[in-house]
Design a protein around this ligand. Structure first.
Ligand SMILES: [Cu+2]
Length: 125
């Protein structure tokens, strides 16, 4: 009886090792390094009906991430000539945009017109 228990334990440990090795292999192939998300140069939080910070400054090629920490939905509509639109960001929603041209990008929330912000994209040094 005792040796059976020991054998069962040995089989269990062997199986557990195989499962762990298999799991570590599959997790490696599931995250290809070529598809990394863009590096975030700045983060803007949306809370209490405000963009925080209101003005964001980044270098050209940088990405900005907006996070809706509010309890209601918001969006970002950029003033012409920048025809950017985030789509509706539900509470907890995130929008990331990469800016490839220098300039000032003013935006507001289409639902709450007093909510305003801007992104200043500096040219390459
Ligand atoms: Cu809003």
């Amino acid at each position: 009886m005792r040796s059976r228990t020991r054998l069962a334990t040995a089989v269990f440990l062997a199986l557990a090792t195989v499962v762990m090795v298999a799991a570590s292999c599959s997790s490696k192939s599931a995250t290809p390094s070529e598809e990394e998300p863009p590096a975030i140069a700045a983060t803007v939080h949306i809370a209490d009906g405000k963009f925080e910070p209101r003005e964001t400054e980044i270098e050209i090629g940088g990405s900005v991430m907006w996070i809706n920490d509010d309890v209601v939905g918001h969006d970002l509509k950029f003033l012409p000539p920048n025809k950017l639109y985030s789509g509706v960001m539900k509470p907890g929603g995130v929008w990331i945009h990469t800016f490839t041209s220098a300039g000032t990008y003013d935006y507001y929330c289409d639902f709450h017109n007093t909510m305003k912000g801007s992104v200043v994209v500096r040219p390459a040094p």
